[in-house]
Write a protein of this length. Structure first.
Ligand code: LLP
Length: 445
């Protein structure tokens, strides 16, 4: 496993993150445990801040869908970034964390009346409108509330990103945004300009996620600038904000070659500047929305090894106490991960095994990985689990969701409490007509 962030092997020969011994963390907080490396998270925010905000005066809004909770909102705020939310739940989290409203951007392709109303009442910065239905609805609601909603229109630029089919979003045949090619995007802009409670600020695209080719971004930026010119020619309005989405790829496993944030910024800004010059348009405020590349490398999941099952000549399964319930990505996208045994990372990795989860599905977290010989009770650390793990976790098999600890400089603080069995029953109701028997309760003694 490649060590990332503040990971080291300490004097006891254990994996340490943020100056905390991971074996101690597992003992203190239990497993599965999401560990968030604060320094790594903050540094990733700073790469973006320096490369976009300081260097080019661009804006960076962290995509909360990758990982969001109250403590993460505080980190993002302290690092000077804005925040993208994609649902009422994410917005509520930001509100409760005291995140400045004007720095919140609201995404989503089917925002409900309740969600839009909540966002209007809160006075958030931008509504990223996705379709004709939404812009009429938002205009009505803003009108009723007597406010102007600042909107950015999501468009589909028709750019194919080289990434997994399920996380591509820029193509014309997408549920997201209005396509430029069909003429719907320009019609959307014209419609917004006619609606009295909407204030048109700019356009947005997001071509996909876990992207390594900066060419795809350059292409998208160029197409968007062409669209900006079209908008100017047809409406006389110069777009002031150009949001180019998120999606920068990160290292998960051998073969992944992420591009530095600095390079990503230079590539995008170069295209935008050149085109603005060429078309004699004012330089728009560029916005990017990274999620994974900020939180992904900062996360590690600790598991306890249970059953080790060797099928002679076929495969050895090392089973852990979590699985697709805390990390559905291998099941959904065949995502690859690296891991080590946190209590003996230095031992020779000479046993080829597959790491299985405990859900009643095939539930394999990692196929064919070389580890030192694993025994029940060992702590398995899977790296790079900070993005789309906690945020996509589920209660399949009624497994309580894991806790999350924030580590830094030898300190570990619980930032998400582990769910317990009572939490699992919190929303269960039994109609009176079914109440024929009393709960048995646990037999004691
Ligand atoms: N902006 C928009 C409009 C998005 O839809 C997304 C991600 C982002 C920004 C942030 O993208 P990032 O920098 O994190 O790649 N569950 C999938 C990823 C889905 C991405 C959804 N949108 C996965 O686990 O790979």
């Amino acid at each position: 496993m490649k060590l990332s962030g503040t990971m080291t092997v300490n004097e006891k020969g254990h994996l340490s993150i943020g100056g905390c011994d991971t074996v101690d963390l597992a003992r203190q907080f239990g497993t599965p445990l999401y560990v968030l490396d604060e320094e790594c998270f903050r540094n990733n925010c700073r790469f973006y801040y320096q490369s976009f905000v300081q260097k080019y005066g661009a804006a960076v809004t962290y995509a909360g869908k990758a990982l969001l909770n109250l403590a993460v909102c505080r980190l993002v705020y302290e690092e000077g970034l804005g925040l993208d939310v994609a649902s009422g739940g994410e917005l509520y989290t930001a509100l409760q964390a005291g995140f400045p409203m004007e720095k919140i951007y609201f995404h989503g392709n089917n925002k409900s009346i309740a969600e839009l109303t909540m966002a209007l009442e809160a006075g958030i910065g931008r509504f990223m409108v996705d379709n004709f239905h939404e812009l009429e609805l938002l205009n009505d609601l803003a009108g009723q509330a007597g406010v102007q909603a600042g909107v950015i229109l999501r468009v589909a630029p028709g750019v194919e990103a080289h990434t997994h089919e399920y996380i591509k979003t820029g193509q014309i045949d997408s549920k997201f945004g209005l396509a430029i090619e069909t003429g719907q995007a320009i019609d959307g802009v014209k419609r917004i300009l006619k609606l009295s409670s909407l204030s048109f600020k700019g356009v947005h695209c997001h071509i996909g996620s876990q992207i390594f080719e900066l060419d795809s971004y350059a292409h998208a930026a160029s197409v968007m600038m062409d669209f900006t010119r079209q908008v100017y020619e047809q409406t006389g309005v110069a777009i002031s904000e150009l949001d180019l989405g998120g999606g920068l790829g990160i290292y998960y496993a051998e073969g992944d070659q992420p591009k530095p944030v600095q390079e990503y910024a230079d590539v995008i800004m170069d295209v935008v500047r050149k085109r603005a010059n060429e078309y004699d348009l004012p330089l728009p405020q560029v916005i990017v929305e990274p999620g994974r590349s900020i939180c992904g490398p900062a996360g590690t999941t600790l598991y306890t090894v249970g059953a080790v099952k060797d099928i002679p000549g076929i495969r050895k399964y090392v089973t852990v106490d979590g699985g697709m319930s805390d990390n559905p990505r291998p099941a959904l996208y065949r995502s690859r991960y690296e891991a080590c045994l946190a209590n003996k990372p230095g031992r020779p990795a000479d046993d080829l095994v597959s790491v299985a989860g405990k859900c009643c599905e095939s539930d394999i977290l990692i196929w064919d990985i070389a580890l030192p010989e694993a025994e029940p009770g060992d702590i398995l650390a899977v790296s790079c689990t900070g993005a789309y793990n906690y945020s996509m976790a589920m209660n399949y098999n009624r497994l309580p969701k894991p806790a999350m600890a924030l580590v830094n400089d030898g300190r570990a603080d619980l930032i998400v409490r582990r769910e317990n069995y009572v939490d699992l029953l919190r929303n269960d109701l039994v109609p009176e007509r079914l109440e024929r028997s009393k709960p048995v309760g646990l037999v004691s003694g």
